[in-house]
Design a protein around this ligand. Structure first.
Ligand code: ATR
Length: 274
């Protein structure tokens, strides 16, 4: 261990947080670049009612980077000095950088969605179906909005889909119209359907998926959801949820260190198979 009195502290705060892979991913990346004397990444369980105290404490102690996960991504915003455009539009912050006492908020979740897609396809001119209307959906919509791409939000509650559609200038449909998905190139699941312990669930009936689809499930537990298994069977190209974790993480690493993230090492730590 190379920690000294000068080592900068990065911390993930959430509740729960013990399952988080961020400390392993970032610490492995520091080691790979030989900067594990300069940075260390730890975790703290912070309850919602303690967030104000935690923010004051982190400011007082000069914590260098603060990664926010559930349930703090929205509430942290009131304690920051500045918030970048992406985070403002998405309405959530997952990354805070302490620049000499000034707390700057960012959102890298949208890069976690767009980067893996861009690696396998040209987004411009494509049609994307985003299933769900929660926080992950907002990150996806913001990311897709940066490209010239037709997007439709499919959600169980149509009113929520319509609200998002208005905000992000996309279309909206109820989950009951999911058969329409046949006409899209890209399918992104942002709902919890299929997440452990509900592995048997899926938002898209198998028969609607074809080999022309790219299917991205943001769920990373299980590693391969029912949706992705069935998409693979249909011959579609798939993107696993852990890719979102990786790419929001590489962007975050670059904000914390100013260095290019060692993606290969971060992938190894996350057990990404491809
Ligand atoms: P996050 O912030 O993690 O993206 P969220 O805000 O809890 O998640 O949003 C969950 C999304 O999953 C919502 O779009 C929700 O649909 P509703 O808006 O109709 O509630 C969707 N969802 C959750 N469980 C679902 C289920 N059993 N069937 C269909 N949609 C579901």
């Amino acid at each position: 261990m190379n920690i000294t009195a000068k080592t900068k502290i990065c911390i993930i705060i959430g509740d729960p947080v013990a399952h988080s892979l961020s400390p392993r991913m970032h610490n492995a990346a520091y080691k790979a670049l030989g900067i594990d004397d300069q940075y260390v990444f730890i975790a703290a369980q912070v309850k919602s009612q303690d967030l104000a105290d935690a923010a004051t404490g982190m400011r007082a102690m000069g914590i260098h980077g603060i990664t926010c996960t559930m349930p703090h991504k929205i509430d942290i915003m009131q304690y920051l000095d500045s918030i970048d455009t992406a985070a403002q539009k998405i309405g959530a912050v997952n990354t805070v950088v302490n620049e000499n006492g000034i707390l700057r908020g960012y959102n890298t979740d949208w890069l976690g969605i767009v980067t893996p897609l861009e690696r396998i396809t040209k987004l411009q001119g494509k049609k994307a179906a985003v299933i769900g209307a929660g926080g992950a959906s907002r990150a996806a919509l913001y990311g897709l909005q940066q490209n010239k791409i037709f997007v439709c939000v499919f959600n169980r509650s149509l009113d929520k889909a319509q609200e998002l559609a208005q905000e992000f200038a996309v279309s909206a449909k109820s989950l009951e119209e999911i058969s329409d998905i046949k006409h899209y190139d890209i399918i992104i699941n942002t709902t919890s359907l299929g997440m452990h312990p509900h592995e048997h669930e899926t938002p898209v009936p198998e028969s609607y998926i074809t080999s022309d689809h790219i299917v991205f499930d943001v769920i990373y537990s299980p590693y391969e959801t029912r949706l992705l298994k069935e998409a693979k069977k249909a011959g579609a190209r798939v993107i696993h949820g852990v890719e979102m974790l990786l790419h929001q993480g590489t962007a975050q690493f670059e904000l914390y260190t100013g260095k290019k993230a060692p993606e290969k090492e971060m992938k190894r730590v996350l057990n990404i198979k491809s």
